[in-house]
Design a protein around this ligand. Structure first.
Ligand SMILES: NC(=O)c1ccc[n+]([C@@H]2O[C@H](COP(=O)([O-])OP(=O)(O)OC[C@H]3O[C@@H](n4cnc5c(N)ncnc54)[C@H](OP(=O)(O)O)[C@@H]3O)[C@@H](O)[C@H]2O)c1
Length: 199
């Protein structure tokens, strides 16, 4: 299969690219690095990326930012970070990617454990992850031509503990290779409309 991994240069994306790259052709996409660059917050940039890469058999997104910070310091602006990037960015990767997806292909998006298991400082992230999962559920019953869509909801990764572990006190970190297996199940399996939780 020809698979685009958006966020391939990141922590999760590099584990996913390694896992799927053992069996498939991977186009590694980042914002500044990778084979191709895209800004997922820009419709024009997403269009140009798909036009450059052409027809695909799967799109995996392991990209998207959201704001971490205490509730009493949140304003609409902080919610808009996640809305524009992690939510609408991934939604637009699907909406604009449909024309480039071969029959029987798949989209796999990334949500995260905070949709179910909140942490202090995660109030602007929890609803974004839940919205990603809601989009996947809604879109899954209308996907044409045998195309499937799923989300992977990772717990905090072992590889990310140094950077963000302080936010996740009490959480048991999961190894990147295990998270990558859920993306493999989404792309190489047959399930549709699922959230694969790796906690
Ligand atoms: N890491 C965890 O423990 C964890 C747990 C649960 C959920 N998640 C979620 O998983 C996703 C990825 O996390 P990560 O830790 O792997 O992130 P990361 O290591 O920071 O990597 C981010 C990736 O996204 C790309 N990127 C950044 N801005 C972009 C943009 N505007 N358009 C397109 N691509 C962009 C980066 O490209 P460049 O390298 O070129 O900048 C990089 O490939 C996030 O949504 C995060 O919330 C992560």
């Amino acid at each position: 299969m020809k698979i685009i991994v958006i966020g391939a240069t990141g922590t999760i994306g590099s584990a996913v690219s390694k896992e799927l790259g053992e069996r498939h052709e991977i186009v590694k996409v980042g914002s500044t690095r990778g084979d191709v660059q895209v800004d997922m917050t820009s419709l024009d940039s997403i269009r140009q990326m798909y036009q450059k890469i052409g027809k695909i058999d799967a799109m995996v997104s392991t990209a998207g930012n959201a704001h971490f910070g205490p509730l009493d310091q949140l304003t609409q602006k902080e919610f808009e970070v996640g809305l524009g990037s992690k939510f609408l960015g991934q939604v637009n990767l699907v909406l604009l990617g449909q024309d480039f997806m071969n029959d029987g292909g798949s989209f796999t998006l990334t949500s995260g454990i905070l949709s179910q298991d909140p942490i202090p400082g995660g109030t602007a992230v929890t609803p974004i992850n839940a919205a990603v999962e809601g989009f996947v559920l809604g879109a899954s019953i209308e996907m044409p031509r045998g195309i499937r869509i799923n989300a992977v909801s990772p717990g905090v990764l072992e590889e990310s503990m140094e950077q963000i572990g302080a936010f996740f006190q009490g959480h048991v970190p999961v190894p990147g290779w295990k998270v990558a297996k859920a993306y493999s199940k989404s792309v190489e399996g047959r399930l549709n409309g699922q959230v694969f939780r790796v906690w």
